[in-house]
Design a protein around this ligand. Structure first.
Ligand SMILES: [Zn+2]
Ligand SMILES: [Zn+2]
Length: 327
């Protein structure tokens, strides 16, 4: 891995753009709030997130003493479902970037799986991520490594991203989803849904082989799975903005990182993604394997998604369609 280009200055390009755009200056300046400094206040600490993430990590640490092969198998399947189908496909490429069209029930199916990845509600996740794209590695980015590697990976979650007024924040960054009743329902189901899945895993384990497997299922398939998916997603925010190569000269520090691409189901081709955010296909070169893209291709073949953004530009779309028509 190599760093192809030096990082742009802390706020140089952003400020230059502001000076050039007159009245646009005030608008953009207002839109980037709250900044990292604004957020780091005692009153803005998210005790809920700290409690949730600490609990998940502590329970996951008991994994070596609760191992079973059965639970491992269930863990691997749920890891792929939550990480790839829920977060990468559902929350990220479908909800945040609308990289494809689909039926409402399919959209809610993937959103619900995303909810069960423990990364927060769809409204918060989408709002934070859209703001990340709008302010990437500039003032207002919720999780830039320029504010510290650990900050971008984990500690940014210890403070609310909305700085006190969550409704205003969601209306600003995810107005389309905020208007949807279904998304608002899922918003309040975060904790009940996780309690329900924990109960189901415990019950299945107990019914299958008794108390040992019940505990193993909860520790492995629920909490270890949750923690490992979380870190995979967080690596996209941290490592893929620090180490790797660049296919495109974007104004942020995004990198293509093969290790993150493996553990985060294709999301590690992050420089490609920052260059073309709506493109549902994150691997742009032949060796950039993106397993979530393979799932999207399958869904397209099955007729469950359509109008998939698998092109960079209108010209690229046109020539692909012409090539398809010629065969
Ligand atoms: Zn990024
Ligand atoms: Zn994105």
């Amino acid at each position: 891995m190599s760093i192809a280009t030096p990082a742009p200055p802390r706020s140089g390009s952003f400020e230059t753009a502001q000076h050039d755009q007159g009245t646009e200056v005030k608008k953009r300046k207002k839109d980037v709030a709250p900044t990292t400094e604004d957020r780091k206040r005692f009153a803005n600490i998210s005790y809920w997130a700290i409690g949730w993430l600490t609990m998940a990590h502590l329970i996951a640490l008991t994994a070596p003493w609760t191992f079973t092969w059965e639970a491992l198998a269930v863990t691997l399947v749920l890891h792929w479902m939550a990480g790839s189908l829920g977060i990468c496909l559902g929350y990220h490429r479908l909800l945040t970037h609308t990289g494809m069209k689909t039926y409402s029930w399919v959209r809610y199916f993937f959103t619900t799986i995303g909810l069960l990845a423990g990364e927060g509600t769809p409204l918060d996740w989408v709002a934070d991520h859209r703001k990340h794209h709008a302010c990437s590695d500039q003032e207002g980015d919720p999780h830039s490594p320029r504010d510290g590697a650990w900050w971008s990976h984990l500690t940014w979650l210890a403070f609310h991203t909305h700085n006190g007024d969550r409704t205003a924040y969601l209306k600003r960054w995810a107005p389309d989803l905020y208007k949807e009743k279904g998304m608002r329902v899922l918003d309040v189901l975060f904790l009940p849904a996780h309690i329900a899945v924990t109960g189901i895993l415990f019950a299945v384990g107990y019914w299958w082989q008794g108390m040992d497997l019940a505990i193993s299922m909860v520790v492995w398939a629920m909490f270890l799975r949750l923690v490992t998916v979380l870190h995979a997603t967080w690596l996209v925010n941290s490592l893929s903005h620090m180490w790797g190569y660049r296919n495109y000269e974007t104004t942020d520090d995004s990198r293509n990182n093969w290790l993150v691409a493996i553990v985060a189901y294709g999301e590690g081709w992050h420089n490609n993604h920052h260059a073309y955010p709506r493109m549902a296909k994150h691997g742009h070169r032949w060796w950039e394997f993106d397993i979530t893209w393979q799932a999207i291709r399958l869904l397209r073949v099955l007729g469950l998604v359509w109008d998939v953004v698998d092109y960079r530009t209108a010209a690229e779309k046109k020539s692909a369609e012409e090539a398809k028509g010629a065969t």
